[in-house]
Design a protein around this ligand. Structure first.
Ligand SMILES: C[S@@+](CC[C@H](N)C(=O)[O-])C[C@H]1O[C@@H](n2cnc3c(N)ncnc32)[C@H](O)[C@@H]1O
Length: 220
């Protein structure tokens, strides 16, 4: 794994948060809750249909694997990678039929052109803005030509560092995203944009949420 200090801090913080979770009290706050995020679920369905059945789809920054399981339920061959060993342990426990590995989106341990789809659901939000080109180059590398990428994220310009959550010391940086910036970075990485959307905050959320679907062009 690349040696940025923030990666170790993020991994350690998320592992400690998930270890302290009791019956979903922490997970439902720090991770996606499909019951409370119907837009995410609906657009994930569109994405899975765009990819097509039985194709390999990576859920990167998968957390406890609930969106990976949702993807698998939509018929694709989904697997998850997460920076935090504690998250991977929880995902394996909750979804023993699926495959989960520890890894970083900055440096994926996957061969070139080896997946047909990538979902990054509220996970690029922990990557410093200046490292997004590196992440999108990695996504482009591991996607097969014709493969699709879906990004889900909180919209805005705010950058913040959380040092406490649920009474525990943590060190996690959050970066809001502007869809237009992401679209430009994806185009620069070689992707073609196929969908861009923003929805209003729901259920007490603080910001609008954004969705981008992009495709690695099929080989000429
Ligand atoms: C807000 S949680 C979202 C988890 C899940 N995708 C969901 O929607 O519930 C962010 C997750 O991204 C992971 N993450 C953060 N930086 C990462 C990186 N560089 N590579 C892989 N995973 C990362 C964290 O460990 C954490 O599990």
């Amino acid at each position: 794994m690349t040696g940025y200090a923030f990666l170790a801090e993020t991994a350690d913080s998320y592992s400690r948060l998930i270890a302290a979770d009791s019956g979903g009290d922490i997970v439902s706050v720090i991770c996606s809750d499909p019951e409370r995020q119907p837009w995410d679920v609906a657009l994930l369905g569109v994405f899975a249909r765009r990819i097509g059945g039985a194709r390999r789809v990576l859920d990167v920054g998968c957390g406890p694997g609930q969106m990976t399981a949702l993807l698998a339920g939509l018929g694709v061959d989904a697997f998850g990678i997460d920076l935090a060993p504690g998250m991977v342990e929880r995902a394996r426990r909750d979804h023993p039929e699926l495959r989960f590995e520890v890894g970083s989106m900055l440096d994926l341990d996957l061969p070139d052109a080896s997946v047909d789809g990538i979902l990054a659901c509220y996970s690029i939000i922990h990557v410093p803005h200046e490292l997004r080109p590196q992440v999108f180059a990695e996504f482009f590398r591991v996607l097969a030509p014709g493969g699709g990428l879906m990004l889900i994220f909180q919209v805005g310009d705010e950058v913040s560092r959380r040092t406490e959550a649920f009474g525990m010391p943590i060190a996690i940086d959050w970066y809001r995203q502007q869809p237009a910036d992401l679209a430009e970075l994806l185009r620069s990485a070689g992707f073609e944009l196929s969908f861009q959307g923003v929805r209003a905050p729901e259920n007490g959320e603080k910001t609008p949420h954004g969705y981008l679907i992009a495709v690695r062009p099929a080989a000429a």
